[in-house]
Design a protein around this ligand. Structure first.
Ligand code: 6PG
Length: 250
């Protein structure tokens, strides 16, 4: 699938572009089937997007019919500064009228990531009424993704055996030693690739080399870099700011 690559002047414009994509997808899905499933990314890049959705764009979203999930989580308490849930709560969930039963966060269990992964897998399986992602029929509508400078996305890191997982929705992983919180829970590749739409948000000079590596010759790194393995069912978009896109082939 050839990605739809969009370059914006800066992170603010990128975040506004992302907000419009989320709102369009939400309205379409709710019109078509009555609900919308949105998978949030962690990290710092999406903070502005979440704030826009919780404030300026708040009334444009069908929050009552929107279900929120996470692409990955650090296995820390939800009050931890490392928590992706906490970041989303502070920027979006505490501001938008999302019914509490529509918020499907990872039940973290510090010290026992496998237990958290199994609990989150049950939440997703119960929501979609299917036990395994390869059973077909169930899929997320819209998955937001970030990109690490090592080519990871969600908590799918290069060389991790989880990249071969075919049927589980969720797995526990250990991030490389350089990461502050190593215990992670992440959606698997098939869980992300079963989605209708996946959208990367990438900003800043620190990402320009990895963006160049992945987007200038995706086939060459598809077997190595998790972010290059993302192939959703319908649409793959890369939203970049100018500096992250600096090395892209013209
Ligand atoms: C996480 C994310 C991770 C993140 C990238 C980019 O839990 O950290 O899911 O995949 O999206 O590392 O992070 P930044 O947006 O902070 O650069």
């Amino acid at each position: 699938m050839k990605p739809d690559v969009r370059v914006y002047p800066d992170l603010e414009a990128l975040s506004r572009g992302a907000a419009e994509l989320v709102i369009d997808a939400a309205k379409t899905c709710v019109r078509r089937k009555g609900f919308f499933t949105l998978v949030l990314s962690g990290g710092a890049t999406p903070k502005r997007l979440y704030t826009l959705l919780g404030e300026e764009y708040r009334d444009q979203m069908p929050w009552h019919s929107t279900h929120i999930f996470w692409g990955d989580e650090r296995n820390t308490p939800q009050t931890s500064l490392e928590s992706n849930y906490r970041m989303a709560y502070e920027t979006l969930i505490s501001k938008a009228p999302i019914p509490v039963e529509n918020i499907h966060s990872v039940p973290t269990t510090p010290g026992n990531p496998e237990s958290a992964a199994q609990a989150y897998e049950k939440i997703i399986g119960d929501f979609f009424q299917t036990k395994s992602v390869d059973a077909g029929g169930a899929s997320f509508d819209f998955v937001l993704l970030g990109l690490g400078s090592d080519g990871h996305t969600a908590s799918l890191f290069p060389g991790d055996p989880i990249l071969d997982e075919k049927s589980r929705w969720v797995c526990a992983v250990h991030a490389p030693p350089t990461y502050q919180t190593r215990e992670r829970i992440t959606l698997t590749l098939p869980a992300i690739n079963s989605a209708d739409q996946a959208v990367f948000m990438v900003s800043g000079s620190g990402k320009k080399e990895i963006v160049k590596t992945i987007l200038n010759d995706p086939a060459r790194v598809r077997k190595k870099l998790p972010a290059a393995m993302i192939q959703p069912k319908e649409e793959l978009k890369w939203l970049l700011d100018t500096i992250a896109a600096e090395e892209l082939k013209k």
